[in-house]
Design a protein around this ligand. Structure first.
Ligand SMILES: Nc1ncnc2c1ncn2[C@@H]1O[C@H](COP(=O)(O)OP(=O)(O)OP(=O)(O)O)[C@@H](O)[C@H]1O
Length: 473
């Protein structure tokens, strides 16, 4: 088919369309680097991509969108699009289609040669254990470099780094636990990406626990447990996210038990994540609970303000967005629930800046985040804290007011008092009143005791941060 528009017109139209449709982060990572890498040649749009990973991502995720966008300027018919690993010759990008078409000068790089066109993939019941990002299911952006480190995740990061440097040798399994959106997936995928970078032949697979459950069901339906086992048992590094999804799935747990044993026996690395430590996952078979505790269990806590600021600055930098430190502090102080929410807030602020075509100040950030802040500023009530803590520790709300002093009651009550101090504007005497008419010195003592525990007892620190997260969300 003849393309009657210039490369410039065609490609800039496609870029515009993609920029409108994609999240800024996706656009910046995958499409923007190709801004000067297209050329119309012999009726085809040739796009040069930097490497094989790009080629696969573009082919699998964005090629359809590019075709649709291109069709709009080619009389409704999508042109033939060719993806190549390499770079175009310097003068090529802006070449006019009407000019005599030269063969696309793609300078091949050392990356393995790419198939020139998207090849239809045969439907597979289980993926061959492969070593590219698509088969590994790893997000290449989830690396140790892009992960901001702070008190909240430094132990987990150090352990993950050790595992990445010596898979199957140091901690096996590595079990990472923490609340929603705190970076468990990012950290574990960083291990996968690191291992892949240093040993491209290693068979690595990241999987969400739900997908594993589905695979077990499929194997059951198709009587293909042999294929299933062959695939999973051939892996060198297995990452399973949100293992709590195994609860109530006995057949899955049984299969996973065999897989776990087989991989560990042959020195393969297993990395697991969950929202709780293994023995708190109710409904997990005891043999799994104990095996999950064989290696190292590490927490990820919600980040403190300074770390939230650092995360915002890093994310903004990755998007080439100039974020003023005062604005970063403002966002970090107001969005405290988790990193995902923090990212969401930053995206809003960036969109607002683009929309108004102005740089962002604290006032305009306030405006951009108005509705989020309004819901976030909703005061947590002492009643809500008492109920949440009582449910968490499976005691009665009435125990928050009672005189009972057994530890299983007194400790949660102290925790609830400390949380009330942190989350409300209530004075110590008012908190004392709300907890069965206690003296303000009792409240102060409770706050100090909990503070000490949080320093010395990792589990208590975790429970406190989980409760904080629950109450703030
Ligand atoms: N320390 C960090 N530095 C940079 N980015 C982070 C950090 N922690 C989390 N993120 C980012 O926050 C987002 C949420 O993280 P992630 O998906 O890894 O959380 P999660 O704990 O696995 O959540 P879930 O419990 O919902 O599965 C991701 O975009 C991730 O890159």
């Amino acid at each position: 088919m003849q393309i009657n528009v210039s490369t410039e017109d065609l490609w800039s139209h496609c870029l515009n369309e993609l920029q409108q449709s994609l999240a800024a982060s996706q656009f910046n990572i995958w499409i923007k680097p190709l801004a000067n890498s297209a050329q119309v040649v012999d009726g085809s749009l040739v796009i040069a991509v930097p490497n094989q990973i790009f080629l696969q991502f573009i082919r699998d995720r964005y090629l359809g969108m590019i075709e649709m966008a291109a069709a709009k300027v080619c009389n409704g018919v999508p042109p033939h699009i060719e993806l190549k690993v390499g770079t175009l010759a310097p003068a090529a990008p802006a070449a006019r289609a009407a000019k005599p078409a030269a063969a696309p000068e793609v300078v091949e790089q050392e990356a393995p040669a790419a198939p020139a066109q998207p090849a239809p993939k045969p439907a597979k019941r289980f993926d061959a254990a492969g070593s590219n990002h698509e088969l590994m299911r790893l997000n290449p952006g989830h690396t140790f470099d892009t992960l901001v480190t702070g008190k909240a995740n430094q132990v987990a990061r150090a352990a993950a780094m050790q595992v990445a440097e010596n898979p199957g040798v140091s901690y096996n399994p590595l079990f990472v636990y923490g609340g929603v959106g705190l970076g468990k997936t990012h950290l574990t995928q960083a291990i996968g990406n690191f291992v892949h970078q240093h040993n491209p032949q290693a068979k690595i697979r990241y999987i969400h626990a739900e997908k594993y459950v589905q695979d077990v069901v499929k194997a059951y339906q198709h009587k293909s447990f042999d294929d299933f086992k062959k695939y999973y048992h051939s892996l060198d590094v297995l990452l399973v996210d949100d293992i709590q999804f195994f609860v109530g799935k006995d057949r899955t747990q049984e299969e996973f038990f065999y897989l776990f044993n087989a991989l560990l026996e042959s020195g393969k690395q297993i990395i697991l994540t969950s929202d709780k430590i293994p023995r708190e996952i109710e409904g997990l078979q005891e043999r799994l609970t104990s095996r999950f505790s064989w290696g190292l269990i590490v927490p990820i806590e919600p980040p403190e303000t300074e770390m939230r600021v650092a995360i915002l600055m890093k994310k903004a930098e990755a998007e080439h967005f100039k974020l003023d430190a005062a604005v970063a502090f403002f966002i970090a102080k107001n969005i405290r629930s988790n990193v995902r929410e923090l990212e969401g807030a930053l995206k809003r602020v960036m969109a607002y800046a683009r929309f108004t075509n102005q740089s962002i100040t604290v006032d305009s950030a306030k405006e951009a985040l108005r509705d989020i802040l309004a819901s976030g500023n909703r005061q947590v009530s002492v009643e809500n804290i008492q109920k949440t803590v009582a449910d968490f520790y499976k005691i009665k709300v009435a125990d928050m007011h009672s005189k009972k002093r057994t530890r299983d009651i007194a400790r949660p009550r102290q925790l609830a008092m400390a949380l009330t101090k942190e989350l409300t504007q209530m004075s110590l005497p008012a908190i004392g009143d709300a907890f069965g008419g206690r003296d303000h010195t009792t409240v102060l003592h409770a706050c100090r005791t909990i503070q000490d525990f949080r320093q010395s007892d990792q589990e208590m620190a975790h429970q406190y941060s989980v409760l904080l997260q629950m109450l703030r969300s």
